[in-house]
Design a protein around this ligand. Structure first.
Ligand code: PEP
Length: 247
């Protein structure tokens, strides 16, 4: 079964989240894909209320790099679990760019998430400049090696890698199947070289970047791809149900 992660980003109030799930759950066939909704912090309790017992996972979009204490404005892994989250996105390109999250910080966040038994969706991907200067593989290698530094092989079972080329996010310009396959092969090679053949083969790898109803089927057929991470196209409940039906 393919994995689909929905990233709401900074969208939906509590009331809008409530309306979304009432509509979505009435229409979705949740057996079509393994679903995770990564919601804003303020919508987690509502998400938990609606998703508990449905087999659909609840996730957040970030967490603090420490467990508690002097971290004004941050949310810890323990708090996410307490709010019902089972998963968390770490290292999304918008956080890397806007909040200057380094691979080192991302590595700390991954360790905190593992300690709290959260499933991790680690986002990696090159910028347009890196793509144009043929630095895609170098970027991916650094993001994975530094992000996963110090982890044990068995901990990779809790980690999904989302290949999200920055130039393809939120603009309708998805990567081609060939580009996705090239990157996914490189990601799997780094995992094989740094951990094991098993890690290279069995770690789940998703693609994210302008996935929509027109391109999801061909993207899901890309070699080495286990699913997709969806931003914009998950915000309309009816549209997202249609998209899931194509998985
Ligand atoms: C994302 O934000 O991770 C994403 C993939 O967004 P979009 O689907 O809108 O490109």
């Amino acid at each position: 079964m393919k994995k689909i992660v929905a990233n709401f980003k900074m969208n939906a109030t509590v009331e809008e989240t409530k309306r979304y799930f009432i509509n979505f759950l009435a229409k979705v066939d949740s057996a079509k894909a393994e679903l995770t909704f990564c919601l804003p912090y303020t919508s987690l309790a509502t998400g938990n209320y609606f998703l508990k017992g449905t087999g659909i996972k609840l996730g957040a979009q970030n967490l603090a790099d420490e467990d508690e204490g002097k971290c004004t404005g941050e949310i810890s892994g323990r708090m996410l679990v307490d709010a019902g989250a089972e998963a968390v996105i770490i290292g999304h390109s918008e956080r890397r760019a806007k909040f200057k999250e380094s691979n080192k910080t991302i590595n700390k966040k991954i360790k905190v998430a593992l300690k709290n038994r959260l499933d991790i969706i680690l986002c990696v991907g090159e910028s347009l400049t890196e793509k144009n200067t043929l630095k895609t593989l170098e970027t991916l290698k650094a993001q994975i090696e530094e992000g996963l530094k110090g982890l044990y092989e068995n901990e990779l079972e809790n980690i999904t890698i989302a290949y999200e080329p920055i130039w393809a996010i939120g603009n309708g310009k998805n990567a081609t199947v060939k580009e996705i396959e090239y990157a996914v092969k490189a990601i799997r090679k780094v995992l094989t070289d740094d951990f094991s053949e098993k890690a290279g083969k069995e770690t789940k790898v998703l693609y994210g970047g302008s996935v929509n109803i027109k391109n999801i089927q061909s993207i899901l057929k890309a070699k080495g791809i286990d699913g997709v991470l969806i931003g914009g196209a998950c915000l309309d409940a009816n549209g997202f149900v249609n998209l899931i039906n194509l998985a």
